[in-house]
Write a protein that binds this ligand. Structure first.
Ligand code: ATP
Ligand code: MG
Length: 332
């Protein structure tokens, strides 16, 4: 039986964190058995902010290592660097011809970036959703596991697929948002001001590479309050977030005990954070150590990248050949 095709990418913009793990990688790991998965490190996407070359290279290796340490198996999925697949920029060029300036300027993430960095509104930033569409359509993917922040980009990928099909004949399937569990998890930063992120809120974000003591400090500083004053009170989002983290790392009976304490108005957040910190350390330590070992083994990392690129290119080449034919740019 043919497995359904899934594509997803993570930008190589920094260190991976619990939000990436719980919102993305954990789902990738669950999918690798039952789907035909293409997971890539989005290094071209990282170029919009002009990273230092040495840093970018390190980030690519790290994202790769941290994904594998988190449970992705390069034998089961195609794990590759976006820039190793020249067919992606080729499709990006084709799609740029049917993407319009007006619709790209309206994308909320673009408008945000313009506001945050008015000095760097480059064309790559404007056409980011086109490149993302090429990433997905290059494998004719039908399912794309993305977080809430990416849903609109995926809608654009569907629009471009439709437009291409309308002009050149049925060719691309329309990719759909794919969620393993009904509600998308969004991990807040520990100070309660935004989400955990590679590039923002870094002091309130727990990274997969954080040392034990750093994890302990960050968690002990997490935002709490004086506790609920009536039984079964609704939880503020920053407390809810601590429970979500606890559910990932602590034993079910421990979580249950703190949940009951919350509902009975005698929860002690200091104790809860101490427990969470120790369980979090036990959870992250093996991932951190495995990722560090992998990063030190450059030859192995390069083998993995090459193998992933080979798998991805054979699918990408078939798509490009078909797209060229549909557009009339096949002469031989
Ligand atoms: P950047 O700050 O560079 O945008 P990021 O931390 O937002 O980095 P991305 O590379 O943009 O990470 O996203 C990779 C994947 O992780 C996406 O599927 C995204 O939805 C998911 N993700 C990112 N942050 C969180 C979070 N705080 N909670 C849940 N999922 C998240
Ligand atoms: Mg992001």
């Amino acid at each position: 039986m043919n497995k359904e095709i899934v594509v997803s990418g993570i930008r190589s913009t920094g260190y991976l964190h619990l939000g990436n793990y719980l919102g993305a990688i954990q789902n990738y790991v669950r999918m690798q058995e039952n789907y035909n998965c293409y997971f890539f490190v989005a290094d071209y996407h990282a170029l919009t902010t002009h990273p230092d070359p040495k840093e970018l290279r390190q980030n690519v290796y790290r994202v790769l290592a941290e994904n594998i340490a988190s449970g992705l198996d390069p034998e089961k999925v195609a794990l590759y660097a976006q820039s190793d697949i020249p067919e992606i920029p080729e499709l990006y060029l084709m799609l740029n011809m049917i993407a319009y300036k007006g619709e790209l300027e309206k994308v909320p993430t673009f408008k945000d970036k313009v506001r945050q960095h008015p000095e760097n509104v480059n064309a790559g930033l404007l056409t980011y959703p086109v490149l993302m569409s090429a990433d997905i359509l290059i494998h004719k993917a039908v399912k794309v596991p993305v977080g809430k922040d990416q849903e609109q980009h995926l809608e654009m990928a569907r629009n471009f697929a439709q437009r291409f099909n309308g002009r050149y004949g049925e060719f691309f399937p329309e990719p759909q948002v794919f969620r393993m569990n009904q509600d998308t998890i969004k991990i807040m930063s520990l100070d309660g001001t935004g989400k955990m992120s590679k590039s923002e809120n870094v002091n309130a974000t727990i990274f997969l590479s954080d040392e034990d003591e750093v994890i302990r400090k960050k968690i002990m500083k997490a935002k709490t309050d004086s506790g609920p004053t009536e039984p079964n009170a609704p939880m503020p989002d920053y407390i809810q977030n601590l429970f979500v983290l606890m559910q990932t790392t602590s034993k079910p009976e421990v979580v249950e005990a703190y949940r009951n304490a919350y509902n009975n108005c005698n929860v002690r957040y200091g104790d809860m954070k101490k427990q969470l910190a120790e369980d979090m350390i036990a959870f992250i330590k093996p991932i951190r150590e495995h990722a560090a070992d992998l990063q030190n083994d450059k030859a192995k990392m390069q083998r993995i990248l090459k193998q992933g690129a080979e798998k991805a290119r054979s699918s990408a080449a078939a798509t490009i050949a078909g797209a060229r034919k549909a557009m009339g740019i096949n002469y031989y």
